[in-house]
Design a protein around this ligand. Structure first.
Ligand SMILES: Cc1ncc(COP(=O)(O)O)c(C=O)c1O
Length: 468
């Protein structure tokens, strides 16, 4: 071995108490790699340097290194520095029982993230630059916990125009995504005496956890093709309800006109509060958008939206339009949570909205997503004729229900083996897995040329669970 470069110091020691010197060196290096003190790729001293540091013969160190190389901890190459093997970290993780980081999937069919490759980076950058140029020193201090006035005004205008929300800047609160918004509303509801909150069954498990953590009791309320079941709602005795009326998450059902009327009657009679999660309402393909429910009962409905599906989850931008009776409590909770959302990003988003960039981006994305959805439906019809596909009129995913004897977990395992990342309905049900086997197929992250291959690979995974 030619090891002539700079010496590397390493904290190792040997004792001459009769234990083999080579064994001691091996044990210390193995320990350092296992504990992560020496990471994959890290250089270790040359055999000559280590021998002279420890005052042992070079032959002892050469033997120890050879043993560690044979075990996969070190890489030894003629003429190169010895270093920790790239495979060492995986060995360490798997021997510790930890999961080895998964390789990037070939197809990501999970529904949560939009096509962030289309994020309007240059437009956002321009808005950020504009924001920083226009912001005064005072703007760089703490501001109104409800958010920057320019953004609250721009949002109120946008939501009124696009979603029919009865919004006023004073009642609009900028949040760090929908998730934070729901959390602070739940805490404000508790301050107002609420105890029980209804959730559609199925619904997003994280959102139920947020309500539970705030201290509310969760009451599941069943669904059918027309939306939430009013008979169950009337018996539920809830003080509040989280609802996704424009595109029920995750089934994709749209609350019908008749159900909307029934729901509003219940809301007024019970004097309850609805949190309307208008998550992916901007994506509607086959008919005109249904306006937000909040516009029909702004005194009892908290409207909640997010930029996570329209732009990117990384922005962590969301908004609430709050009924007057909850405004002080929700503002207080937001103030306690973080003294307000990041101001520079709020100014940038205000400028993004004012320039019409969101409208332009959505127009472009709607056309793109519609093409992906249409192709996905064609491919599903060929590859999985036994499946019932629902929830396709809006949003960015389809629900694919399979005959009762399919096993969601087996499908997930087989899909993972084929490099497909997938989500099933399992955790969305209350209790988990209490409904028909159903896959949630997101199409936002799969480009057109990959869709046929992805769906064929998925059908193959599903079929393979049948053979066993
Ligand atoms: C039903 C639903 N609503 C809203 C959101 C958006 O959450 P956030 O704005 O916190 O990213 C999600 C994200 O997964 C969701 O599944």
């Amino acid at each position: 071995m030619d090891e002539t470069s700079q010496p590397i110091e390493m904290l190792l020691s040997v004792s001459r108490d009769g234990r083999g010197l080579g064994t001691q060196i091996e044990a210390q290096l193995r320990g350092a790699i296992r504990e992560g003190r020496l990471r994959a790729g890290a250089r270790v001293p040359s055999t000559r340097d280590l021998a002279s540091q420890l005052g042992v013969s070079r032959r002892v160190v050469v033997g120890a290194y050879a043993q560690l190389a044979a075990e996969g901890y070190l890489t030894l190459r003629q003429g190169a520095r010895p270093c920790v093997a790239e495979t060492a970290q995986a060995r360490v993780l798997s021997s510790a029982g930890a999961s080895v980081p998964a390789a990037a999937p070939r197809f990501d069919l999970r529904p949560r993230v939009p096509d962030v490759s289309a994020f309007p980076r240059s437009q956002w950058l321009r808005c950020l630059r504009d924001a920083l140029q226009a912001m005064t020193n005072a703007d760089l201090g703490y501001g109104d916990p409800r958010g920057v006035e320019a953004l609250r005004s721009a949002l109120a205008e946008y939501l009124g125009r696009v979603r029919g929300v009865a919004a006023a800047p004073e009642r609009t609160i900028v949040t760090n995504g929908y998730s934070q918004g729901q959390g602070i509303v739940c805490r404000a509801l508790i301050a107002h005496g609420a105890r029980r909150i209804g959730f559609e069954n199925p619904s997003h498990p994280e959102q139920r956890r947020i309500a539970e953590k705030a201290g509310l009791d969760i009451v599941p309320i069943g669904m059918d093709e027309a939306g939430i079941r009013l008979d169950q709602l009337e018996r539920a005795g809830v003080d509040a309800l989280v609802l996704t009326p424009a595109h029920q998450h995750p089934t994709g059902a749209v609350l019908t006109g008749e159900r909307r009327q029934g729901l509003l009657t219940w809301l007024r009679q019970r004097d309850a509060i609805v949190i309307e999660d208008d998550y992916d309402a901007e994506y509607r393909y086959d008919r005109a958008a249904v306006g937000a429910l909040q516009g029909l009962e702004p005194d009892r409905i908290v409207y909640a939206g997010s930029a996570s599906k329209t732009l990117a989850p990384a922005l962590r931008l969301g908004w609430l339009v709050v009924p007057p009776r909850l405004l002080a409590a929700v503002t207080d909770e937001k103030d306690l949570a973080d003294c307000g959302t990041a101001g520079i990003e709020q100014h940038a988003f205000a400028s993004f909205l004012a320039r019409g960039e969101l409208d332009r981006h959505l127009r472009r994305m709607r056309a793109r997503y519609r093409r992906r959805r249409d192709l996905l439906l064609d491919e599903l019809a060929h590859a999985l004729p036994e499946a019932t596909v629902r929830g396709i009129a809006a949003g960015l995913h389809a629900t694919v229900e399979l005959p009762d004897d399919y096993d969601e977990q087996a499908i997930l395992d087989q899909a993972r083996r084929r490099g497909i990342n997938l989500v099933t309905m399992h955790d969305f049900w209350i209790p988990p897995s209490s409904g028909a086997p159903t896959l949630l197929l997101g199409y936002a992250q799969v480009p057109i040329p990959a869709i046929p291959t992805a769906i064929r690979a998925l059908a193959d995974a599903i079929r393979s669970t049948r053979k066993r």
